[in-house]
Design a protein around this ligand. Sequence first.
Ligand SMILES: Cc1cc2ncn([C@H]3O[C@H](COP(=O)(O)O)[C@@H](O)[C@H]3O)c2cc1C
Ligand SMILES: O=C(O)c1cccnc1
Length: 342
Amino acid sequence: MFEVTEVSSEFDAKIQQKIDAKTKPLGALGALETLAMTIARVLGPDEPQITNPTLLVFAGDHGIAASGVSIAPREVTTQMVMNFLKGGAAINLFCAQGGITMEVIDCGIAQEIHDQPKLINHRLGAGTGAIHREPAMTLGAVKQGFAMARERVTLHHSRGCNLIAFGEMGIGNTSSAAAIMAALMGREAAECVGRGTGIDAATLARKQLLVEQALHLHREQLDNPYGVLACLGGFEIVQMTGAILAAAELKMLVLIDGFIATAAALAAVTIAPHARDYMIFAHESGERGHRLMLEHLDAQPLLSLGMRLGEGTGAALAVPLVQAAAKFYNEMASLEEMGISI
Ligand SMILES: Cc1cc2ncn([C@H]3O[C@H](COP(=O)(O)O)[C@@H](O)[C@H]3O)c2cc1C
Ligand SMILES: O=C(O)c1cccnc1
């Protein structure tokens, strides 16, 4: 469905030479140098410019939320979507600060919101099935979610966006993300399930049990990423996965946020391994399991701020770092130009 091509390493030596020739000791810009390499590989070695950075927040509800796996009731998903539309959430402020275009997409929240023209309608239902009792959705819904996400990413690409990030809102979605992680990495639920919004030990034990139940119930469908997403997914996680694949197909830089976004990234890489070439990992979330997933993806996140919010907040904060890496790569003087010999 998605044709994701491998990023060429043809210009790697040329890019590295350009980085090494800058007025600094070798390697002194650390992770920004690795970032500049990724930018130049994906956008091209000659003057790569970051244009129209964009963040799409995908929202969806989860049947498992009714079983008490979060500090918050399901209604908070819709309430937070209203907050996004009114501009009061952390992600609104970080996007505004970073000059990032932000858009909110309803992938299937339980209480549909009307008369909000800015809310993009990609609804796949009114919340997923509770994954410990039934599949989250049909395979058809996964395909439909991919198609809608692709259409939206294509629109932003046509508007000149070449750096895109994805955020999410969905009470209960750390349960879904942990189940997806466990299924795709062949790990135990205990290694993947964390405290999400900050649940207590008893709730954590219940959450782990429910994720174990889900993995057991659907075990025969979990041998491929589509089955994993249909059985364990969230509508927003499915659309994030499709959006990542679409962005990689369009050769855009894809900035990956925290635990939930990384589970979507893992699903994308399982479907199309070369999608990994286009990814930049923004931060290491405080959620248990994130480090393991990052290691599996051979990812070194840019930031480690102990954040565990989601919404795309870590990704938004990393946008200026991506811009700084492009800027030093394009504009920093070389040792030769400045007559500096070291
Ligand atoms: C007020 C509020 C704002 C949020 N913004 C993001 N999340 C985050 O928390 C949820 C996942 O955690 P869990 O699986 O424990 O429910 C997601 O909606 C995620 O984006 C929020 C959660 C709350 C309560
Ligand atoms: O890292 C995340 O994405 C995250 C962690 C906890 C709760 N919500 C999101």
